[in-house]
Ligand binder design. Structure first.
Ligand SMILES: O=C(O)c1ccccc1N[C@@H]1O[C@H](COP(=O)(O)O)[C@@H](O)[C@H]1O
Length: 222
């Protein structure tokens, strides 16, 4: 299974995530006001550092629907993967697939609020537009998306996975103590892995190797 940690802002966090055994590291660009927002230049530096580790794939995490700007930053940073973490339309996926570099991986986030997927009627359109996988994440009751630290319901995850046709990553409040709460999702034939933000951060707000490593081990051993 794949393990992704999200929202690195420093070189130390990137190398720490590689040391912790992560497969993917999320780098934010186009998350206005986001605590981990990076300039395009910094995104490119951290992306290069991740690629240099030889094991860590950098993922551009964005709320943006501006395809031209996204393609420019993909080209500049050479990120091989984009996570559309917001309410982008299927047309955004289609344009990235059509105009992006060959092999660009596109992750479309599906948001669940109290078990219901807000993009339910669009999942087929995202698939036809060329998304490679879905990422299932929580919407908090007050409408917040991203880094909610709020777990999803395992049955709702498995049921949504059954209604869609792509591999999926699981997110939302995951930590070393809750793999058992997601036995259904983990057993699903299209379960790809996990994406973690809050639980991998220390008190200073930075991603830490020791925390990330415990989470990665717990989920891989489950
Ligand atoms: O962390 C954020 O604020 C954020 C902002 C914009 C896009 C994605 C963001 N984080 C994503 O949140 C989930 C899970 O986080 P947590 O473990 O529940 O804290 C993960 O997919 C991150 O990519």
């Amino acid at each position: 299974m794949l393990v992704k940690f999200c929202g690195a802002t420093t070189a130390a966090e990137v190398t720490d995530m590689a040391a912790a055994g992560a497969d993917l590291v999320g780098l934010w660009h186009g998350v206005p006001g986001g605590r981990s927002e990076l300039t395009a230049a910094r995104l490119a530096r951290l992306s290069a550092l991740a690629l240099d580790t030889g094991r860590l794939k950098p993922v551009l995490v964005t709320f943006s629907s501006d395809v031209r700007a996204l393609l420019a930053v993909v080209a500049m940073s050479r990120v091989p993967c984009v996570q559309l973490h917001g309410f982008q339309a299927p047309g955004t996926v289609r344009a990235l697939r059509r105009d992006g570099p060959s092999g660009l991986e596109i992750v479309k986030v599906l948001h669940l609020r109290r078990g219901a997927c807000l993009e339910e009627r669009l999942t087929g359109a995202y698939e036809r537009a060329g998304a490679d996988c879905f990422l299932l994440d929580t919407v908090s009751s007050d409408g917040r998306i991203g880094s909610t630290a709020q777990p999803l319901d395992d049955m709702a995850v498995s049921a949504l996975a059954d209604r869609t046709g792509l591999p999926f990553l699981l997110a939302g409040g995951l930590h070393s103590g809750n793999p058992a709460d997601f036995a259904g999702a983990r057993a699903h034939p299209r379960f790809l892995g996990i994406d973690v933000d809050s639980a991998a951060r220390a008190d200073d707000g930075l991603l830490r190797a020791d925390r990330a490593s415990v989470i990665a081990h717990a989920w891989r051993a489950a």
